[in-house]
Ligand binder design. Sequence first.
Ligand code: SF4
Length: 892
Amino acid sequence: MKTVSGPAGVTKTTCPYCGVGCGLLAKADHAGNVTIEGDPDHPANHGRLCSKGLALAETIGLEDRLLHPIVHGRRADWDAALDLVADTFKATIARHGPEAVAFYVSGQFLTEDYYVANKLMKGFIGAANIDTNSRLCMASSVAGHKRAFGSDTVPGCYRDLELADLVVLVGSNLAWCHPVLFQRLSAAKALRPDMRIVVIDPRRTMTAQFADLHLPLKPGSDVALFNGLLAHLDTAGAKNAAFVGSHTRGLAEALQAAGQSLETVADATGLPEAQLRAFYQLFAGTERVVTAYSQGVNQSSCGTDKVNSIINCHLVTGRIGRPGMGPFSLTGQPNAMGGREVGGLANQLACHMELDDPEHRRIVRSFWRAPSMADRSGLKAVDLFKAVHDGRVKAIWIAGTNPADSMPDADLVKAALAACPFVVVSEVARQTDTAMHAHVLLPAAAWGEKDGTATNSERRISRQRPFLPLPGEARPDWWIFAQIGRRMGWPSAFAYETAADIFAEYAALSGVENAGRRDFDIAALEGLARGDYDALQPFQWPLRSGEAEASGDNRLFADGRFFTPDRRAAFVPTPFRQPASSVDEAFPLVLNTGRIRDQWHTMTRTAKSPRLMGHIAEPFAAIHPDDAAAHGIAAAALVEVSSARGHVIVRASLTDDQQKGTVFVPLHWTDQFAAQGRVDTLVAPHADPASGQPELKFTPVKIRPYAASWYGFAALLNRPERIDAGYWALARARGGWRIELAGTEAPSGWSDWARRLFGTDVGLLAYHDTAAGSRRFAAFAGRRLIGALFVAPDPVAVSRPWLAEQLEADFSAPADRLRLLAGRAGAGKAERGAIVCACFDVGVNQIVQAASAGGCRTVEAIGAATQAGTNCGSCRGEIQRLIDATGIQKAG
Ligand code: SF4
């Protein structure tokens, strides 16, 4: 293998967020200052980063970190905590059997962490009750790949998106969720303007704005759309008969199941026939097509069928395994793909071997010398937490994830954890909605401290290298699981000393009795020495024994041979069926949940960055203006979104990007950052029967105004201990915190309430406008602002970013203190406004100024004037809208 060495003092590592898997250069100086840059040599990003990657240095502080073990709420030493976990698991297994215990792990795990946890559960405890939060992310892709290819194989590579003449993005807001891949795609289109991009998504996302064609189909109707495409490809002369005849089976059955007229497809999808025809003709007439898809496809009660309906269209045209073509599953998490390879799901074994295959069980049992091999699949995530709830699982270990917020039916999960006799949580953060239920809390190493490997969406394995010391008593996840394995009675099987030892074993297992029979094979790295592991360069698998690393792009299926018993790919019949739930009079709207640009999962890391919180600082519901009007909801008011299971209170964001009859709420907010923002409390636990992936994109809901009698906004030096308000949403700001507030009943004494919020009993500067019903308070300590609170009967009109910035201002002049109560900078003073470009901290006011007074009429011109949009490009859609809006205002 080639070796990697960065500039002196620089560590080459990998981003811990999304499945693009960007390479980073990290540098920590003696004073603890960290800088992060994109690695120009990494093949995934070639030096690019998005706003989240760029802000990583702001997220590694030790505040909020769990730094030592805690047992029953008290600090404990590692030996006591580990003995308690091992003894309790052993006792539970002895009394109730191995299926009474479970692990729930994470796509944040590195492959080495996954390997050890899986080995312990599936080979030594003897059950397979280990599942991962990747079940919520891409299990439908795994199941779809296996049905079509006989293996969970992503055939292509990122380069294919650049080489394609047509890129179809299905259920993927690439601009926000895989921003660097979006940058690569945008750059390719800029070089080849004839390249076409089609976005298939019920929402007009930022990605859809860049599309040549946006198909805003009805939620859940993707299978009907692709079945129609399959029928069209068959009849329009686009079938690759030679490929279909030599390398596939089952086309007739798939066509029979698909057989839909254009009229039927139009009815099912809600799309005009002319638009469908245009898309079908474009697809049929373009040889180099990549269809990339993400959570909008996977998170569905028919997600596996959606995947296969897409793959069917590539098989019938033979567009797979060749440059610039193929179906492409984009993974959400940094190591979701690694988790698939290493057997992180309850129905898998390591190295893409299957639990229900006796030969695979024999290979793994013998390699591990496993005393008690699981012989059937374990409980998938939704069923696992049901089993905790009904008492079948009596001891659970949750590692690196936050199911009390992220699982569907999240309140049931919370109740299950509260009632479970023994809950272990290994975590980076001291306080999460899941950690509060732990009997034992174990401090895990975080990104920057961890050592191991992760695999990105294009099968590229990269090293995550530590550049920070382990803080306090934190330990790597693999170490914690290995310690439990040793203490449960298997010291030699878990005698790993380093992550390199684990990787070497894993690589060796991948080659056992393989000889090309299984896709995943990295046996060329069997027994890799620790020094070579340290120097390991990013590579795409497979890397079979004796093979050198491919010099260019590494594609699979170029020879038309798949991993099914007859080496043919299977067309899978995918008759269209509706989502598991349907809207009715009581719940007339469809809720879709998803990510926003600058947040990641349940915000345990991204919420530490003021820059990332500056883009969208509170939970919201995107609602079509007609739906809002029909339900009496005003712009920027608060809205209660309810399903049959629960409700959230969030800010109303009215936009015709949202299809009528639908609502979008981001998945990120938890009880740590908002009063009632846990959107997964609304979602029913309906799962795809083939993949077990829950339907997070289709929940019938209703909306109504939150009957606030007052609204407030505050900037605070310290995080308040308690917030007495029906609605609040807290976000970090430079120098402190900012908080949105509202309530149905006003406090009896506002001054006392303000002091409690500020955490001080000093005198307050106050201004009341009795006629308008508004109140303003501020408190100072020396020259610093401790808190400023603005209250009004309607959503308060103050400059939030400017107020938050005042937490770092010098208030020695009394006049400045008085001016603060105006709530904005005042005439002639610059205010950035809400952050649009998080990479360069450029606010909405600066962009509007450049567009209007500065005369910048293109995104590029705005970039030249302000830098906005010149790095990751995820904000370019918002910039274009601001330009358009200033143009309209001028014209008017
Ligand atoms: Fe990290 Fe952004 Fe790259 Fe994803 S696109 S890996 S979040 S830098």
